[in-house]
Design a protein around this ligand. Sequence first.
Ligand code: CUK
Ligand code: CUA
Length: 638
Amino acid sequence: MIDSNNKDLPLIDTEDDTVSEHVKISRRLFLSGSTAMVGAVGAIGAGLGSIMSSPALADSKKGAAVHNIKPGELDEYYGFWSGGHSGEVRILGLPSMRELMRIPVFNIDSATGYGISNESKEVLNHTTHLAGDSHHPHMSMTDGHYDGKYVFINDKSNSRVARIRCDIMKTDKIITIPNVQAIHGLRVQKVPHTKYVFANAEFVIPHPNDGSNMFDESAYYTMFSAIDAESMTVAWQVIVDGNLDNTDADYTGKYAFSTCYNSKDEGLDLAGTMRNERDHLVIFNIENIEAAVAAGDFQTLPGSDVPVVNGRKGSKLTAYVPVPKSPHGINTAPDGKYCVVNGKLSPTVSMLEIAKFDDLFAGKIEPRDTIAAEVELGLGPLHTAFDGRGNAYTTLFIDSQICKWSVEKAIRAYAGEDVQYIQQKLDVHYQPGHNHTTMGETRDADGKYLISLCKFSKDRFLPVGPLHPENDQLIDISGDEMVLIHDGPTYAEPHDCMIVHRSKVKPAKLWSRDDPYFSSTRAMAKKDGVTLETDNKVIRDGNKVRVYMTSVAPAYGMDKFNVKLGDEVTVIVTNLDMVEDVTHGFCMVNHGVQIEIGPQQTASVTFIADKPGVQWYYCNWFCHALHMEMRGRMFVEV
Ligand code: CUK
Ligand code: CUA
């Protein structure tokens, strides 16, 4: 998002006393506030008169895509939504926009016991923070197609990357990226398969960051990281010049690229980061980087053994292509020919021809020779999506519009031909960041729907207090003309989403009894001589008590057990139900203990028995007509 640069700038005219009357705020008023913001940012609105009006398409054909999915019918697509600073990931069905599931990732979740159960604490590495700022969910790929295996997501606020297993739809690994602060841009290697997850760290910090050189800004830098997708360890890091923002990869497997602002390192304040007329796209040559690491041409930094290579300007591992002002989104077209850099503080997007990158690294051409087109679209271009039919869709944050444009015509216009490359501008409500087409980040872009993730909903929904939902709008792009078909309120800024055809995802209906998610718990039971599937037993080990029980709706295998005041109690529940959708819970009243136990799952939770007497526990997931009766007593002896 535009976070670090524009957060202090007013988006609405607060002097106007009609502003507080929520439902009366007109789009016109909203936009006049935005215009003030343009002025504050700088003279970026100049010379745009010719493209500010929407070219109407007299003979346009509207698409036939629908939003309405009848009760009992299933959606065609899974949408994986970032939960922004809620720290979670959400699954929506498209086109209905129904929310299907929430996956806690960096946050605590009392419904599933994520952050409470021992298994989830292991995922969270026991020490990491139960807060997060998730931005970019991306599914693993094979040969440029989604493979339905994992979804990866970053946490900007605690510099982490998480992996979600798409069979159980649970977070199974989280790592903290060393040597950097604020992991923002994240994408996967598309070809030949997702060996690496690429992650940008946004903020520059001094090295070493031990307090010895805080004020020496020449010692500041940030890094690009490649994470091994299977082992979830950092394979290597690349030092760059400037601040990294977003990233994407190509369809050959050779290159990844990141938008990079403040690349002359001119400033750490708002004015400084916006000073350059041109910033950069940094291209990472994966083969060259791997070769440098293999040859031992790297350093390590204190506290980590990750190989760190030098990719500053002039290095053969990277190339810096100058592009207009504070580029933000970077998006590879599904045909693999171009990547589009979105100017943010410039009305332009730049298209780079990926086939020329080999020559660039061979020194045969200059960086700017890779530019296939650089065209003006409107104010505040942030992200671009593709329909697989040669059209691109760019969000215009300041204009509150989606601009649909022809890739081929943009190239011709840039070459000097008098051709209108803008096909249509559609008002969205309001201030869009990312936008996404169905399957549009893969070779399989099918051009059916476009999602516009709008940062402000303003007057679009019933007011719910000073905090408003965002507005995720569904747009039919199956015809020649974009048609807005649904407003979807969402909570806490989903920066990004991705839309996957349902044929690509095969979630499990029951847990597998040997699922690695609870392998540590199984190992503990084995040590205790307990068979999880049959035993109901209390094991005492000093002041540690392990209570093993089964559950079959509507009863726990044990409706009472005894402990002593002050014991550390671990309750391990194995759900023997084989019926899809019969999930049990375990909640110990007054102890902050709540966990989910899905069908055929084992889950455990540890707490201190710090209250004497009778302590009731009960099942908190509705499982049976006698669900309310699924309960028991812990007797705490003094
Ligand atoms: S970012 Cu928020 S609108 Cu974090 Cu992908 Cu562009
Ligand atoms: Cu078991 Cu409700």
